[in-house]
Design a protein around this ligand. Sequence first.
Ligand code: NCD
Length: 467
Amino acid sequence: MDLRHVTSINDLDNDEIEQVFALADRYLDKLKDADHPHRIGESTDVAKGAILASLFYEPSTRTRLSFEAAMIRLGGKAIGSADPATSSAAKGESLADTVRVASNYADVLVIRHPRDGAAKLAAEYADVPIINGGDGAHEHPTQTLCDLFTLRRENKQLKNLNVAVSGDLKGSRTIHSFVYALARFGANIMLMPAKGMELPAHVDWRLRHEYRCGPLPKDRYDNAAMDALYVTAKQPHQLSLMASPPEFERNVRVKKGVDVVYVTRFQKERWTEQGQDYPKVDAKFLKARKYREARVLHPLPRVGELDASLDRDKRAVYFQQAAYGVPIRMALIALMLDLDGRNKWKKFADGFEKSSHVLFDQPKDAGIECINGNCIVHDKLERDYAKSRFHLIEAETPRLRCFYCERDIDSFVIANRKTRHYDTNLTARQWPDQKHARDFVLFKDTQQAEHVGYAKRQQAGRKAKAR
Ligand code: NCD
């Protein structure tokens, strides 16, 4: 049986996310601190004997402490290394080795790492479930669970909710997990990036093509600070709304106002340059009529972009959001480890759903590599463990998606290792299936293919290995 891991918010379907919320509600109900309704104040013993290990290679306050508190509140124990300098990483040990070792010490591992895709690599080597506590600029799925749960507790229905996301949309992993989830639950997403910190192109592509978000043309909405706005399709054909502005606007309800403002800090650790003109959310900003009913969220820490004078504003819910880290993570751990032992939760512990995309394993030191310089595959320590692996994403123009960091490549060539020919224009239907994937190698361009002796296939259009 494959183990169940949570490396991306997309590892959980909507139904499973609802299950996490239902259980978190239950924990809050039963174990809350009588004076503080957002806080878990008592413990249970469902996890008696179980151990959570946190392996944190990057600073953390909320994520690590709330995971450890969650396990302890469940009756289990928490162990971990919060400082890479005190673990064997300082001696040059690979993550792949560390998780194999730690799998023998704990029943679930939470990992935070500066490299995109690190949690996915850990999941390949661990013998126990892995939870991603933030991997580079890739994702932070459990933060998204806290975010959505906060909105739910504030009686905000996700469907059709107008959510503005502000700040460093490029470097913030919290944003990437959050916008995928918003799209999947049918919320409307308004992008308010700091200058030069727009949503990465591959995240934007996924919103449009995989979660059927439709963009609203820039001149159709009234806030000049917004960069773009997506509306998630209710029905598969809803993208046509893009061509029908009146209906679109009615649906977006921009006039109705913004329901949520999600603020993020400048992710200085992921940039070499300074952030300029960084947007600040303060009382003046929130004065605009459209924010009257908004809730203000922030994954924290804040470093100036969210004014402390808002803390007493009833629209500010970021401290509740941080408090919910405990019940949410209790619920997630309980479900992943099937602590309740109920059939109802079985689906959760029963295995990791395999991607339906064809997976290509590149031969060592040949062909295309992930284009994301911060991907875990480029970490010297992991050289022997992380190979170049790509999913084929079948779209009008097929693209490759790095198995680890999920960065897409939209231009490449595919070559047959047996015939020593390459092709640049195979349609998705002509692509090899999983059984034949190992007969092929991918190159970044024709020069790279020719450099190692591949020649262009003459009979364009002939099927490779048709499915
Ligand atoms: C976030 C993170 O680590 O990505 N922090 C958190 O877990 N609450 C946000 C941030 O550091 O800006």
